[in-house]
Design a binder for this molecule. Structure first.
Ligand SMILES: NC(=O)c1ccc[n+]([C@@H]2O[C@H](COP(=O)([O-])OP(=O)(O)OC[C@H]3O[C@@H](n4cnc5c(N)ncnc54)[C@H](OP(=O)(O)O)[C@@H]3O)[C@@H](O)[C@H]2O)c1
Length: 344
């Protein structure tokens, strides 16, 4: 690459998405890791936190000091819990740094919407105004100019990509959509939590947060704005006893009769040139294991003429296309680097 590498910092480097960003940046020819921070009592070698990095990365992870990070980096990944990112993003932006935030803090167009669903006051309403929602397949142009990028949620990425072509074309109606989604346990982050202990999750399968999951307004809001109609969906998340991956089965009401070849053509027309969306031909459906470890969103579908449903199956790796992979994809777009750099 004929330019100096982008100096990047990962804040939240001891978490699951932080680790994935670090691993991706180690194989990235246009970016250099210059700072790793988290909430730690004392500075610690990152390969002590994640021994899998032994021999690959000799860097320390220290407690976050914004001025120190600003002195080293040009672009900052915030892999922080929601309500924490908004405390730090304005300071990085004020110092002229680009910010890619993996939390939900900047995903809503209004702070009121955030406060309603996340039950906490928004501390950076100004930042919300300038933030760009980072789903490249829909908003690539806006992403290229972003200084504060709101990386989408994992469930929303899988759902929005699955629904958008059918809704945009008026093939399916914007109401009565059912999203039956399953995620692996890393979706909840690395913090200790009783319901996420191995014996609680292993050999188990359960629904949670029915009729009120925080990702619902993100999916509805982005789809509504993208297709210009009010989209309403029933979102039913489930916890799978696997480490990573999301598979969502989505039921959309068809507004007209359609063949599977026509649906295939529509989705191929939308995503045929996308480097990280794979549309399966009729008769073949995505499986979780084919998405895990990749930055791809896999889409397959079935038309059921008996019920009038279009059933779309969408699979991603929650930590890659659902988080760190998409964040690096967004960095590539923001920095005019090849979009696939470091990702395949
Ligand atoms: N996991 C997923 O599949 C996924 C997908 C999409 C989006 N996201 C979003 O991405 C963000 C990170 O998720 P995650 O799963 O990586 O979470 P995580 O595993 O819990 O990691 C959170 C990181 O933030 C650090 N941190 C917390 N408070 C801090 C503070 N005040 N100052 C500095 N560092 C602080 C933690 O440090 P310590 O460990 O030292 O406390 C840890 O490194 C979240 O907002 C999440 O909703 C996650």
């Amino acid at each position: 690459m004929n330019r100096n590498p982008i100096k990047t910092a990962v804040v939240g480097a001891t978490g699951y998405t932080g680790l994935e960003i670090v691993k991706l940046l180690l194989n990235h020819r246009g970016a250099e890791l210059v700072s790793l921070t988290a909430k730690v009592d004392e500075t610690i070698a990152i390969d002590r936190v994640f021994p899998r990095l032994m021999g690959r990365l000799e860097m320390e992870c220290s407690n976050l000091d914004v001025d120190d990070v600003c002195g080293k980096a040009d672009l900052v990944f915030l892999a922080l819990p929601h309500t924490v990112s908004m405390l730090f993003a304005p300071r990085f932006l004020a110092a002229g740094k680009k910010v890619i935030d993996l939390s939900a803090d900047y995903r809503f167009p209004s702070p009121v919407e955030f406060e309603k669903w996340y039950g906490a006051p928004h501390r950076d309403p100004e930042g919300v105004e300038g933030a760009v929602y980072g789903l490249p397949e829909l908003f690539r142009k806006e992403i290229a100019d972003a200084r504060l990028l709101a990386n989408p949620g994992c469930y929303p990425t899988a759902t929005i990509l699955a629904c958008y072509p059918a809704l945009r074309a008026g093939l399916a109606g914007p109401e009565g959509i059912v999203v039956d989604a399953k995620t692996g346990v890393t979706g909840a982050g690395r913090k200790a939590s009783l319901p996420l202990l191995f014996p609680e999750v292993n050999e188990n399968f359960k629904a949670y947060s029915l009729a009120g999951h925080k990702h619902t307004p993100e999916m509805e809001g982005v789809l509504s704005r993208a297709v210009g109609r009010d989209v309403r969906l029933e979102f039913a998340p489930h916890l799978l006893p696997v480490n990573r991956g999301i598979l969502s089965t989505i039921y959309l009401k068809l507004e007209k009769e359609v063949s599977e070849e026509e649906v295939y053509d529509l989705y191929r027309e939308q995503y045929g040139r996308e480097p990280f969306v794979r549309v399966y031909p009729p008769g073949q459906l995505p499986e979780l294991k084919d998405a895990v470890g990749t930055n791809n969103c896999l889409l397959g579908f079935k038309v059921n003429p008996r019920t009038g449903n279009l059933i779309v199956v969408s699979a991603i790796d929650n930590l890659l296309k659902g988080a760190a992979g998409q964040a690096v994809q967004n960095m590539n777009i923001m920095e005019s680097l090849p979009e696939t750099e470091g990702l395949i």
